[in-house]
Design a protein around this ligand. Structure first.
Ligand code: UT7
Length: 323
C-alpha cells in the first residue's frame, strides 16, 4: 500500500507585508531582497495561531479530498513555532476538525518538517498501521523573527498547508532523510513564547537574535545536499531525473532552487516556485506549493513528483511519489 494524496489545502493570513514595508523597519530595499532571494512579500499573522492556520488548511484539504474527519487515523503536524509546547498542535487540530479517531503528534524539524512528516505517513501506511493520514506543515515564523535583523527578517512568512493521504495500491514511494547535528549552530531559533524573553533581551542576557543563521553556510549546505539526496532517492527508485515531472522543493531562496536545478542539469521550469508571494514559511512551504499546483490544474494522476526539504538541525529529506 502507498499513501496517495487525495486532497490538498492551505491557509495564509490576509495581512501582507511587502518588501517596501520591511524597508521602513530595517535598512533594506525591494531590489536587494528580490535579487538575493526572489521574495516580494510575506503574509503575517494578525491574531491567528499556528494551530488555527493548520486547522484551516486541514479543513480545506479534507473538503477537497471527500474524506470525513472521523476517517482520519493519524495527524502529523510539522511545526517549530506552535503557540504551545503541549498540547501539541496536532491534537488541537484534531479537536478543531473533529477527527475523533485520530492520534497525532507534532514533528519539530524546522523547514524539513513537512517532508519528514510525509515520509513518516508513508511508512505508517505501507506498514499497514494507518489507512488515512493528514499531514500538515504550519508556521508562525513572525513570532520567531528578530525584526531588527535584516539578515533574517526579510526571509520568512507565516502560513499552513495540508495534504490528506489515503492508502491505495500503487507504485511505492522512495525516500531518504539525513541530519548533521554537528552543524546545528548554523541555524538556531528561540521561541518568542519563551517566558521572560523580553526581560532577558532588555537586560542584554539574550545577545543572539531569535533566529540566528549563518546565511551563506546554510545556502552552501542546501545547494550541495539537496541534489545529493535527490540523486540518492532516484537511485533507490531505479529512476532518472528525466522521469520526474516536478521538483517540489522547500521554498527558502530562489537562488538556492536555481542552483539545485543547475547542478542537476534540469530545466528550471520543472521547479515551481511561489516565494515571491509567501517568502519562506518553513515547514509550510511544500504543502502550500502542492496545494497551489493542484488547484491550478498543473498536476495529473501518474505524474512523478520529487519533494525535498532542508533546514535547521541541520536536516534534509526527500521523497519521490506519484501524484
Ligand atoms: O529554510 C532555510 C532558511 N535559511 C536560508 O534559506 C538561508 C540561506 N541563505 C540565504 O538565503 C542568503 O545567504 C541570504 C539571503 C540570507 C543573504 O544573501 P547573501 O547573498 O548571502 O548576502 P550576504 O549575507 O553575503 O550579504 C551581502 C551584503 C552585505 O553587505 P556588505 O558586507 O557586502 O556591505 C550585507 O550586510 O548585503 C548586506 N545585506 C543586506 N542588504 C540589504 C544583508 N542583508 C541585507 C538586506 N538588505 N536585507
Amino acid at each position: 500500500m502507498v499513501g496517495k494524496i487525495c486532497g490538498t489545502g492551505s491557509y495564509v493570513p490576509a495581512r501582507v507585508m511587502d518588501n517596501d514595508d520591511l524597508s521602513r523597519i530595517v535598512d533594506t530595499n525591494d531590489a536587494w531582497i528580490r535579487e538575493r532571494t526572489g521574495i516580494g512579500k510575506r503574509h503575517i499573522i494578525d491574531g491567528e495561531t499556528t494551530s488555527y492556520m493548520a486547522g484551516q488548511a486541514a479543513m480545506r484539504a479534507l473538503e477537497r479530498s471527500g474524506v470525513k474527519p472521523d476517517e482520519i487515523d493519524m495527524i502529523l503536524l510539522a511545526t517549530s513555532s506552535s503557540e504551545t509546547v503541549y498540547p501539541c498542535a496536532a491534537c488541537e487540530v484534531q479537536r478543531m476538525i473533529g477527527a475523533t479517531y485520530a492520534s497525532g503528534y507534532d514533528i519539530n524539524a524546522a523547514c524539513t518538517g513537512f517532508v519528514l512528516a510525509f515520509n513518516a505517513a508513508q511508512a505508517y501506511i505501507s506498514a499497514g498501521f494507518c489507512r488515512t493520514v493528514l499531514v500538515i506543515g504550519a508556521e508562525s515564523m513572525s513570532n520567531m523573527i528578530d525584526w531588527t535583523d535584516r539578515g533574517t527578517c526579510i526571509l520568512f512568512g507565516d502560513g499552513a498547508g495540508a495534504v490528506v493521504l489515503r492508502a491505495e495500491e500503487g507504485t511505492p514511494v522512495s525516500m531518504a532523510a539525513h541530519s548533521d547535528g554537528e552543524k546545528g549552530p548554523a541555524l538556531t531559533g528561540l521561541s518568542r513564547h519563551r517566558k521572560g524573553w523580553e526581560k532577558e533581551l532588555e537586560d542584554g542576557a539574550v545577545k543572539e537574535s531569535f533566529i540566528h543563521m549563518d546565511g551563506q553556510g546554510v545556502f552552501k549546505f542546501a545547494v550541495r545536499k539537496v541534489p545529493e539526496i535527490i540523486e540518492e532517492v532516484l537511485e533507490k527508485a531505479d529512476a532518472s531525473l528525466d522521469d520526474i515531472d516536478y521538483f517540489v522543493l522547500h521554498q527558502a531562496n530562489r537562488r538556492i532552487i536555481e542552483a539545485v536545478a543547475k547542478r542537476l542539469k534540469t530545466d528550471i521550469s520543472k521547479f515551481p516556485m511561489n516565494l515571491e508571494e509567501y517568502a519562506n514559511t518553513s515547514a509550510a512551504t511544500v504543502p502550500i506549493l502542492l496545494d497551489e499546483m493542484d488547484r491550478s490544474g498543473m498536476l495529473k494522476r501518474g505524474q512523478k513528483l520529487m519533494t525535498a526539504g532542508f533546514g535547521a538541525g541541520l536536516t534534509w529529506a526527500a521523497c519521490l511519489f506519484e501524484w
